[in-house]
Design a protein around this ligand. Structure first.
Ligand SMILES: Nc1ncnc2c1ncn2[C@@H]1O[C@H](COP(=O)(O)OP(=O)(O)O)[C@@H](O)[C@H]1O
Ligand SMILES: [Mg+2]
Length: 281
């Protein structure tokens, strides 16, 4: 049967504000400017005659992905509501996006497959969005690759402005578990994005914004702060910011040549880190 080849791109948070949390303290309200980069997991999906779905992970970052992964959870939810009409799928995912990196690899895999089912006509747009929210709060961002604002109330809006940077991704060998970083967060910010107001996204605002989760991540991993300070020494970089709950630090460049030179240097100097270049798409 036909094999469909899908790309599941990594996201980066250009900024991230924690604007509050629920009274149970379990849910944090987050607003963020999110963009997608060229780095992607590669998904092959095909219908099979088997009795059950088959999900296979391979590639550089496939290790230790749990049996109850995001894709498993999604198929399970859809099967329970008979939305896949008894079809079974074989899904192979080549993991190029590191886990616990703040690039939402797991969430984006679920988003890519949801959007495939939507395009195949198995799900309505409302169903697609509602299942996205059931997997995790950031899945909805990955239903397409357009830059988006995530509002504190969980709504998202695509933005038209083209944000152009070459990015150098620097990730230490340890990762940050999102839940643990949120659990120790004490940093809160005022709301910056309002759905009833026009948002003027410009370079100054981008450079001056921040990621509230850096403080918690740096507390848990003091070496991550040292690493950020080292990266900040690069005179050619526009700014350096952690994405999501870490542990990837993103160095933003306007000039591709400068980014390439920086990559060469850091590959030599930071031998305990995974370093690659990518660009905002
Ligand atoms: N499809 C998937 N791809 C990668 N990781 C997954 C997937 N499904 C579940 N996971 C698990 O999700 C966790 C990573 O999520 P999280 O801590 O939010 O990091 P990130 O910020 O990189 O998304 C890992 O423990 C990983 O094993
Ligand atoms: Mg995640």
């Amino acid at each position: 049967m036909e094999i469909h080849k899908l790309k599941s791109n990594a996201k980066i948070n250009i900024n991230l504000n924690i604007t509050g949390r629920s009274s149970s303290k379990k849910i944090h309200f987050i607003e963020s400017l999110v963009v997608f980069i060229g780095l992607s997991d590669l998904i092959n999906i095909q219908e099979t005659n088997s009795k059950s779905h088959k999900i296979i992970f391979k590639g550089k970052f496939y290790k230790d992905i749990p049996k109850k992964n995001t894709v498993f959870k999604l198929l399970n939810l859809l099967d329970n509501k008979k939305l896949l009409r008894k079809k079974k799928y074989k899904i192979t995912i080549k993991k190029n996006i590191p886990q616990k990196s703040g690039m939402g690899g797991g969430s984006m895999n679920a988003a890519t497959i949801l959007s495939f089912f939507f395009k195949k006509g198995l799900l309505s747009l409302n169903q697609t969005k509602s299942y996205a929210k059931k997997i995790s709060s950031d899945v909805i961002l990955g239903l397409n690759n357009k830059a988006k604002i995530l509002y504190s109330n969980g709504n998202v809006k695509e933005i038209k402005k083209k944000i152009k940077y070459t990015v150098l991704l620097v990730k230490p060998f340890y990762g940050c578990a999102t839940k643990k970083i949120f659990a120790i967060n004490k940093t809160f910010s005022k709301k910056q994005y309002f759905s009833n107001k026009k948002i003027n996204i410009n370079e100054r605002m981008i450079v001056q914004s921040k990621n509230d989760l850096e403080r918690s991540a740096f507390k848990k991993y003091p070496k991550l702060k040292t690493l950020k300070n080292k990266l900040l020494e690069n005179q050619k970089a526009e700014f350096v910011r952690m994405t999501g709950s870490g542990s990837t630090l993103v160095v933003y460049f306007k000039s591709k040549v400068s980014a390439k030179n920086a990559l060469k240097m850091y590959k030599r100097k930071l031998n305990k880190c995974w370093c690659i270049l990518s660009k905002i798409i």
